[in-house]
Ligand binder design. Structure first.
Ligand code: SF4
Length: 381
């Protein structure tokens, strides 16, 4: 479908897109780690934020810089920097989330020249009333640093406009997700993953435009296979398109299955909540990033992530959940047990899979087929 191909192209040609954008606009490109980065401030300064992701290829360049028992995602990201795949970046930044990805960031800025780098101290204890003014202060400092870097003043008006563009993007994405609640969703999980990945690397105004065209075309679309078992995918970072493709291409008579929703940081966790109305734009941003669906590194003392997952599972009618984990990912490993327990308690069977840089498609296929078979058998009784 041509309305989806545009996202696929952006995703596949992410570096070409960013360099062409740079030439076309004369603007700067900021690579970033972690979805706690307040992109709206960058957008308001005319900067393109591009999320750094891995390439899923085996590599041998990170060993001197990062322990092999750090998660494969952060090692894969660092490898991209060391191999010069992001050499067009004008800047690189991170907002504090987990130690693994911070190590990727600090190794990168030490070993790969980059014009500007920034560490944003996103608080861990978001469930404190002091987190709001604290983060607001950090955002103010970040705004000044970006002004100094770009030589452009970021007015409140520009900030508000950026917030409006981003909120619209989030609203359109939620609208797209809503179509997946249908008995026969018009889009596959793999296609949605292409769209949500592109969302994190292209200009949001262009992404909005493409989303509007897609949403207008979707009511006429009928997929050529039945939805089958409705699956949810839960985890940390997940851009394993090949895995989703494999699951959704299994024999359609025997094992039809479709991912109808996700809860991970390259999917719904990235865009689920809006920046609220607030006269103070920086406080509005502070509220948004503090109150967003949490990463496990910030989900304490009250654990808010699990009820959020359960609500998504219910709203989208998930029958089974694949709980994926990046090998050695401590924050998510700690959450997985409780998540699986709660899902199973609510009658949603789970399959746990551990992911590495490359995806063992053959091995995973057998495990997914066995899982779908179990769900089918349960339906018979
Ligand atoms: S949260 Fe997990 S997957 Fe994400 S960077 Fe940290 S260790 Fe890796």
């Amino acid at each position: 479908m041509k309305e989806i191909d545009v996202f696929r192209q952006w995703n596949r040609k992410r570096h070409e897109y960013a360099t062409a954008w740079q030439k076309r606009t004369g603007g700067k490109v900021m690579g970033y780690f972690c979805t706690y980065v307040p992109e709206e401030i960058l957008h308001a300064a005319g900067v393109l934020p591009v999320r750094v992701l891995g390439s899923h290829e085996p590599q041998n360049v990170t060993e001197p810089h990062i322990f092999a028992m750090f998660c494969p995602f952060c090692r894969d990201c660092l490898a991209q920097g060391l191999k010069g795949r992001y050499k067009y970046l004008d800047g690189l930044m991170i907002a504090q989330s987990c130690l693994h990805i911070r190590q990727a960031y600090t190794s990168w800025i030490k070993h790969v020249p980059v014009g500007f780098s920034y560490y944003l101290c996103m608080p861990h204890k978001v469930q404190s009333r002091r987190a709001y003014p604290y983060l607001r202060g950090e955002l103010e400092a970040f705004r000044k640093a970006v002004e100094g870097w770009t030589g452009k003043q970021i007015s409140d008006k520009a900030l508000r406009e950026a917030i409006a563009v981003y909120n619209e993007n989030r609203r359109l994405m939620r609208e797209l997700y809503d179509t997946r609640k249908q008995a026969e969703p018009p889009v596959s999980g793999e296609e949605v993953m292409e769209i949500s990945l592109a969302q994190q690397m292209v200009d949001k105004r262009e992404h909005n435009e493409a989303l509007r065209k897609l949403l207008a075309a979707l009511p006429r679309r009928k997929r050529d296979r039945p939805a089958g078992t409705r699956l949810m995918i839960i985890g940390s970072e997940d851009d394993d398109i090949d895995f989703l493709h494999m699951v959704e291409s299994l024999n359609k008579e025997q094992y039809p299955a479709t991912f109808v929703v996700d809860e991970h940081c390259t999917g719904s966790r990235y865009f689920w909540n809006d920046v609220p109305e607030d006269k103070d734009a920086l406080m509005a941003l502070s509220r948004r990033y503090i109150e967003r669906p949490p990463c496990p590194t910030k989900d304490w003392e009250e654990r808010k992530r699990i009820p959020h997952i359960m609500k998504l599972a219910r709203d989208f009618g998930a029958q089974g959940a694949i709980v994926m984990q990046q090998k050695f990912c401590d924050p998510h490993e700690l959450d997985t047990v409780a998540i699986r327990k709660e899902l199973e308690k609510q009658g949603i069977k789970t399959l746990f899979l551990e992911f590495d840089v490359t995806v063992p498609i053959g091995q995973f296929r057998i495990r997914v087929e066995a899982f779908l078979e179990t769900l089918k058998q349960e339906d018979l009784f």
